[in-house]
Write a protein that binds this ligand. Structure first.
Ligand code: TRP
Ligand code: SF4
Length: 435
């Protein structure tokens, strides 16, 4: 079986297969006022997004957390993550972004000083310029936040080495900081549910699909520390409890569930179970959030299972992965319009070898990096996008025409963005938390 390696430069082709293989759910939510990537199949999968959907629709509290490695320059692949964060912020979420300096140190040998410089000068101004509200955003460093590191060593008591080897395929040569770094990421994802950072609540983690192993790990760990669990029964929902004082805890659960409107219960102490007979699958989230608030009273390691969405990884303009280490493959947010236009001119398209063949057979937008730029970033209007797609397929469109259009849109966007980025520099100090 294929593993997903978060540190490789692997490109994935068949996302549906990936989804099935790893038990990722298809993303099919119809979100209010969401950016185009949510409806264009770019965000193609999720785990546990139901909680977030519910929070958005009911205007209830939720948070967003993601992290970026401070290595190299920020490019359009990274922009996609921040676009999603900005959307959730508009929908009321509080925002936390990790500077993954421990991970950069562990996996790329970047010093903490260098990471700090890159984060403050390269990344954070762009976060703000991309639309994150400086009053409601915090950016912190993994290496400086004690709660992150505490979760890493505490909660990993319920994880063992074989499991790690199975998830990540680490070898005997992998350095120990690197092996430890996924647990730091678990700390990133969970610590924002501590009281100090907003309390127990649903958290959404928007990431590229290469991060799925970390999400699986985090959600498994959360599960292992839970004392209550819920499972659907023939009649209603079953609540199970695995700690001390079974009777007392289940009675307390019943009491709290009654306050939420449930009326019919059956208690079975030897089974450590409480059945809610007038609840169905659709009550799952409501029941679980009730039990989490109860469990909070005596279990310091209780958390909402974090939700994740997965986006496709952008193809590099040269065909492989979009990567900071191959400058021609990526459009950097700090590229001048001229530099960016040049990269667009040289980009790999899905066009045929000659214009004649193009007219005859049509192009292949599915394989085209320019078309990808339109879908992910440059074309807001769905009907215009469809027009591009169809005229490419039918052979009416020539790649030169597309490249010109992409270069123009990109140039305009960058010009405006660079102005905002200058303005944003003054706000870096407002968003950075030093501990
Ligand atoms: N591992 C991520 C990357 O390589 C960065 C990261 C660190 C992160 N902590 C996180 C992502 C928490 C999401 C949530 O890009
Ligand atoms: Fe890509 Fe446009 Fe060429 Fe089609 S015509 S392959 S969309 S550049």
């Amino acid at each position: 079986m294929q593993l997903i390696n978060p540190w490789s430069s692997q490109q994935y082709k068949d996302y549906a297969k990936l989804r099935d293989q790893f038990g990722i759910q298809e993303f099919k939510f119809d979100l209010p006022d969401a950016p185009p990537i949510f409806r264009r199949g770019v965000i193609f999968g999720h785990r546990g997004f139901e909680y977030i959907y519910r929070s958005i629709m009911k205007k209830e509290k939720f948070g967003v957390l993601t992290g970026l490695m401070p290595s190299g320059k920020m490019h359009f692949g990274h922009k996609m993550t921040i676009d999603q964060v900005a959307y959730y912020q508009r929908m009321g979420a509080d925002v936390h972004i990790a500077v993954a300096d421990i991970e950069a140190y562990a996996s790329r040998g970047i010093s903490l000083e260098k990471a700090k410089e890159i984060a403050l000068e390269e990344y954070v101004p762009s976060y703000i310029a991309l639309g994150l509200d400086p009053e409601r955003t915090e950016v912190y460093f993994q290496s400086r936040r004690i709660e992150v590191k505490d979760i890493a060593w505490k909660l990993s008591r319920k994880v063992n080495l074989s499991e790690f080897l199975a998830i990540y395929g680490f070898s005997g040569e992998t350095n120990m900081t690197h092996i430890f770094s996924p647990l730091i990421q678990v700390g990133d994802i969970l610590h924002v549910q501590y009281e100090k950072f907003g309390g127990r609540r649903p958290i959404i983690v928007p990431v590229g699909v290469d991060q799925d192993p970390h999400m699986r790990l985090t959600r498994d760990i959360v599960d292992r520390w839970r004392m209550f669990s819920i499972s659907p029964q023939d009649r209603g929902l079953g609540v199970f409890y695995k700690g001390e004082d079974v009777r007392k805890k289940l009675e307390r659960a019943r009491e709290m569930l009654k306050e939420r409107g449930y009326k019919k219960f059956e208690m079975n102490i030897p089974y450590k179970a409480l059945y809610i007979l007038d609840a169905g699958k659709e009550d799952y989230l409501e029941v679980e959030s009730t039990l989490i608030s109860l469990e909070e009273e005596f279990n310091p390691n209780v958390f909402y299972p974090p939700a994740a969405t997965y986006h496709r990884l952008m193809t590099g303009l040269t065909g492989g992965k979009m990567s900071s280490s191959i400058p021609e493959s990526a459009i950097f947010l700090t590229d001048t319009p001229e530099e960016a236009k040049k990269k667009v001119r040289n980009a790999k398209t899905g066009g045929r070898a000659t214009l004649e063949e193009q007219r005859k057979y049509g192009g292949e937008p599915e394989k085209c990096t320019i078309y990808e730029l339109f879908v992910y970033h440059l074309v807001e209007d769905d009907s215009h996008l469809r027009e591009i797609y169809e005229s490419c397929r039918s052979g009416e469109r020539a790649c030169g025409h597309c490249k010109k259009e992409a270069a123009e849109l990109l140039g305009e966007w960058l010009e405006e963005f660079h102005e905002r980025r200058e303005w944003a520099k003054d706000f870096v100090k407002n968003v950075v938390s030093w501990d």
